[in-house]
Design a protein around this ligand. Structure first.
Ligand code: DQA
Length: 142
């Protein structure tokens, strides 16, 4: 059994109504329920969402008790050295996820300060990206 912390950054609480042409109609709760249904019997999943950088840093620190992380740090992906430092501080494997294909969007989304410290990045597959990310993390851990 693996302990996996799934952390969602700012504005992802609005999934379902937020720019559905880009992010789809599914909600964050729907994504979490799907992950729980797929992986919850064999693994322990712990979910966290915040719109605040400091709260996200604290949640990453708490993941020192987990085996690995799934991170969609949303817009902080492109800017936050503090979140990057938090991830390197706890020395746990992490997979970066984005619902949209960030490389097909505005230039500022082409840079991730988080990607270089992750095992890998999954981008552009909508909610399915989270499932793929958990599978990739489990494969890495096994
Ligand atoms: C996102 C992509 C980011 O550029 C954006 O700021 C988000 C969502 C995604 O999941 O596609 O909030 O992380």
């Amino acid at each position: 059994m693996a302990k996996i912390k799934v952390i969602h950054g700012p504005n992802l609480n609005l999934l379902g109504t937020r720019e559905p042409g880009i992010y789809g109609h599914f909600t964050l709760q729907g994504i979490e329920e799907q992950l729980q249904n797929i992986f919850g019997k064999e693994h322990e999943l712990d979910f966290f969402q915040s719109n605040c950088e400091g709260a996200l840093i604290d949640a990453i620190h708490e993941a020192v008790h987990a085996d690995g992380l799934i991170l969609n740090l949303a817009a902080y992906t492109h800017t936050s050295y503090a979140l990057r430092d938090a991830v390197t501080s706890i020395v746990k494997p992490a997979v970066e996820v984005h619902l949209s294909n960030v490389f097909a969007r505005e230039d500022f989304r082409h840079v991730s300060v988080i990607a270089p410290i992750c095992i890998g990045t999954i981008s552009g597959f909508g909610g399915l990206g989270y499932e793929l990310a958990v599978r990739a993390l489990l494969d890495h851990l096994s």
